[in-house]
Structures are given as C-alpha cells and as structure tokens.
Design a binder for this molecule. Structure first.
Ligand code: MRU
Length: 364
C-alpha cells in the first residue's frame, strides 16, 4: 500500500517533512521516481510508512530512522484517546512492525528504541500526553540529524584537497538524511570552501541510487558529476581521475567494520590497490557498538526481480538463479578514516571508535 501522490511542486521538496500536530501526516519525496519525476507521497498510516521504507521510496540509513520515528507517531494515533495500557501495547506493535521493514541500517532500530523510551520515561502520563511527546521526539531526531550532517561536512571537508576527483557509491546525500547528507555533505562543505571537486558517481546496481539520486542531487547543487558504471571504478582510479573515495554507512560495528551499499567493499579494495584514501562518513547513530565486528551485521537480501527486470525490461533469462544482497561489509583495515559529527576517527581501530562514539553514547 503506498501513500497518495501529490502534484509536482515547483521547488525541490525536502526528503521528508512532518505536517501538522501529532495527528498530522508525513510527506516523503518518492525516491523511486527520481530523477525523472519529483513527487511527494503523503503517509497517514503506519502501513504506508512501512511500505515506503521497504520499497525505498525513502531510503538511506538516517532518513529511514527519521521516517520510522514519524511512523510511530502515525501508528499510535489510533490509541491517543485510549487508556495507557492500550496505548503502550499499540506502541509495542507499531515499533515491532516498523522494525521488520529493513534489517541493515541500525538507525531504524535506534530511532524506534528512542521513541519507546519516551513512553517508559512517562509512566503516569495520559496516552495523549505521551503521543504528543513522541512527535516532539521524532522532530528532535530529525533536527539532530540535520545538525549531524552539517558537522560531518565541516570535519570531512578538511580531508579533501582542492582540485580533487572524488568517487562515491550509492547515495549518501540529502536524499538519505534529514540534512545535507553524510558523504555528500563533505563534498558540499568542501565546495563551499571554494575547493574544486569533480565527483565520479558509481551508478550503483541494481537500483541505481548513484545514477538516479546522487547525480541528480549533485546537479541540483551545481557540483560537477560524472556517472560511471560500477565496473569502471578501478579504471577511473588507474587513470588517476580520483584522489579520494567517500561513502556513507548503514551500520558500523565496534571495530569499525562498515556495512554500506553492495559494491562498497569492492570499491574499498580498489582504492587500497591504487593507494587512494577511502573515507566513510556517518553520524554516531549509525554505529552499533553492541556488535564486535562486521560479521554480525545482518545483510538484507532483496527480491530477484531487482536484478532480472532492470531498466524496465527483462534483463536475465526466466527462472535463472539470483543472489541479491543489498549491502556488504568493508573491513576496518581498508578504511582510511571514519568521519562523524564528533570528529574524524583515524586510524580506524576499536579503541579510536570507542573514544569517539562509545563514551558519549554510554552516558546518553
Ligand atoms: O538501500 P539504500 O538506498 O537505503 O542504501 C543506502 C546506502 O547504502 C547509503 O550509503 C547509506 O544508507 C548511508 S546514507 C547517509
């Protein structure tokens, strides 16, 4: 079930926006239609939010977390005027349900847990009071994400030299967050400092987030961008067209191993072979310190037809076997630095990760 489409707006809409009070609605830019159509969907049921996440209408780890937080507000609305027991039970159902939408981006589970804790902290409040607080918390998550993107941009911009080619994979831009993105925020900040940056965007098979979304977003911001097929990355490095690689992340384990869009691991190996720095930009909400290493990160497998029916036509023989993992894990040893809103983690070791994101999150 998808939300109702609204007509084409004349200005670029935000990735997501909440409209109204706690009984309001969530508007999402439908990213499955980009780059040819710029349309929003309006979500008024939790099923619509779940579907939007599952189908990648809203995607990218931080944006999934923010959308899910608003999804909880939408889903618990039906028990706003009920007693607390019924409200709390509904809250549990809604968070359990949204948690089944996609498994890899930890921001989803982090946001759901944060909303659950709001209710736990208000045991004597009326359902409507808790519901209002859930909206306030979702709004905070959105605002914090925007601020984290800006800080990641500031820290990361220092890593990029002037007159530099930068390769990126998938989309870790404003479309993937509530703000300017993670990897792309670094590029935007470097460009704002006057640095000349030429981006190479891997098209990112099978769903083409690089070609459809990153290229579109960079064009909107007047950053020079060239789309390449994923298989061209090694040659582009060999030709010395890029001096850095920067990507986002869906989940980072305690040792720095990083899950990101399928193909990221290959790009990291290529960067290592060519002596090119490989950076990962992500907010602290993308770290999962409960996992000792990337081996424990759950990797989403998606439907075969994403591979067999690409580009609007059948692109593989009927009945052929398909393996479609949506993410891979890049071991920490291939990552030159992790750029977070708190600063740059370099070298990427368990100790440095803990110093930067562990201690503060323990006390928060
Ligand atoms: O399947 P997607 O499009 O949700 O995958 C997104 C990515 O892999 C991004 O690189 C990651 O979520 C970081 S977004 C700031």
């Amino acid at each position: 079930m998808s939300g109702g489409h609204t007509s084409s707006p004349s200005v670029i809409p935000r990735t997501l926006t909440w409209h109204g009070d706690a009984t309001g609605s969530l508007r999402l830019l439908d990213q499955t239609l980009l780059p040819t159509e710029c349309r929003e969907i309006v979500c008024t049921t939790v099923e619509q939010v779940w579907e939007a996440i599952k189908k990648l209408r809203v995607r990218g780890a931080p944006a999934i977390g923010v959308a899910a937080a608003y999804g909880v507000v939408i889903g618990t609305r039906t028990t706003r005027d009920a007693d607390r027991r019924a409200f709390d039970q509904r809250l549990q159902e809604v968070t359990d349900y949204l948690a089944t939408s996609r498994p890899t981006a930890v921001n989803l589970f982090w946001a759901l847990e944060r909303l659950q804790q709001v209710a736990v902290a208000m045991p004597d409040a009326l359902a409507a009071q808790v519901h209002d607080r859930l909206l306030a918390e979702a709004r905070s998550i959105e605002a914090e994400d925007r601020a984290m993107c800006a800080a990641i941009g500031r820290h990361g911009a220092e890593l990029l030299p002037d007159c530099c080619g930068v390769l990126t994979h998938c989309n870790a831009g404003g479309l993937a967050t509530a703000g300017d993105g993670t990897a792309l925020a670094v590029i935007f900040a470097a460009a704002a400092q006057g640095k000349s940056i030429q981006v190479y965007a891997d098209e990112t098979r099978p769903l083409l987030q690089g070609a459809r979304l990153t290229a579109w977003e960079l064009q909107q911001r007047n950053i020079p961008v060239t789309v390449i097929c994923d298989s061209m990355a090694g040659w582009v490095m060999k030709e010395r067209r890029v001096q850095a690689v920067i990507v986002g992340a869906d989940r980072i384990a305690a040792n720095g191993d990083t899950a990101n869009k399928i193909g990221t691991y290959s790009v990291a190996l290529l960067a290592k072979a060519h002596g090119i720095p490989f950076y990962v930009a992500a907010p602290s909400t993308t770290f999962d310190l409960s996992l000792a290493s990337g081996d424990q990160i759950p990797i989403e497998e998606r439907a075969a037809d994403e591979i067999t029916h690409s580009f609007g036509r059948q692109t593989a023989p009927t009945g052929v076997g398909v393996y479609n993992p949506a993410f891979d894990v890049t071991p920490a040893e291939y990552i030159t630095a992790l750029v977070t809103e708190r600063g740059v983690i370099r070298p990427v070791t368990r100790e440095r990760v803990w110093e930067m994101v562990g201690i503060a999150s323990e006390s928060s």
